[in-house]
Design a protein around this ligand. Sequence first.
Ligand code: TXA
Ligand code: MG
Length: 311
Amino acid sequence: MKINLTNIKKAEKILNKNECVAVPTETVYGLAGNAYSDKACKKIFKLKKRPKNNPLIVHYYNPKNLKKDCSFNDNFIKLYKKFCPGPITFVLNLKKNSRISRIATNNKKSLAVRFPKHKVTRELLKKLNYPLAAPSANLSSKLSAVSSKDVKEEFGKNIKYILDGGKSSIGIESTIVDLRNRPKILRLGGLETSLIEKILNKKVLINNNPLKISFPGQQKLHYSPGIPIRLNVKKIINKNEAYLLIRKRKKNRKNYFFLSKNGNLKEAARNLYSMLRKVKKNKYKSIAVVKIPNRGLGKTINDRLLRASKF
Ligand code: TXA
Ligand code: MG
């Protein structure tokens, strides 16, 4: 996708007025605002209908900018060097003199930070003299958006501007790793846990039980298309139920939806949210999902489906 500087300029102007703009990232689209501004952060919560106690992720251009707000440690430096910019979010300690809005952090002493890879948003971040608070650009508990069209569907006229960056290439949220003490995964995501373990040279704790709320953002119901979902379904009888499959089948039916051609989990993760949206648009009243292999990005897909199924 070509970078359109006029559009970036437009987004910059709106953000400078402490208004919100949707921005593309390689994981999912974000609903962005000036992370140093209470006004902008309040607007994000309001637009998303997000509970106030669920803090926002903050997006930076580079570690030099982050240094003003957070303290670094060795694990952060190792993971940053290997994976950034990219689909990983770090939870770090906030510095006392940080300028991050207390609305964004809900007065916590930690901050979740990310360096998105998407060219358009990197170009925008480079121009701004503040970082961007940007949770996923969807209404709270609903499906994340992976295109500007999805964002429009979520917010309609309530959003001032959507910076278009095409379809998100990873299509599923970043992996969140808490680095304040012993590294711990708080949310499975677009970067496989095994790759993180390889760099840190140790097993990483995973604190991500979908059935247990360990953090406000980890409500049981999340990523929901708004209709019931059944998991691990071998066969369906009801033609009015959509059937989500991991790979193409020889026998196609109208209510079959394929996440990938040959069962490739990366491709399936990329297509997950748009497929769920499509099913809903086609007015199906429920979704059955085939068993997804629980390895690599399949673990992230299963995490999202399990949360989405708590309808
Ligand atoms: O890929 C992504 O991470 C996308 C793109 C836009 O960057 N953003 C995203 O944001 O998924 P959101 O707000 O939908 O999910 C962020 C999660 C929430 O579950 C929130 O509770 C958690 O991060 N979080 C935010 N601040 C935190 C903190 N200080 N400690 C632990 N978790 C935190
Ligand atoms: Mg979200």
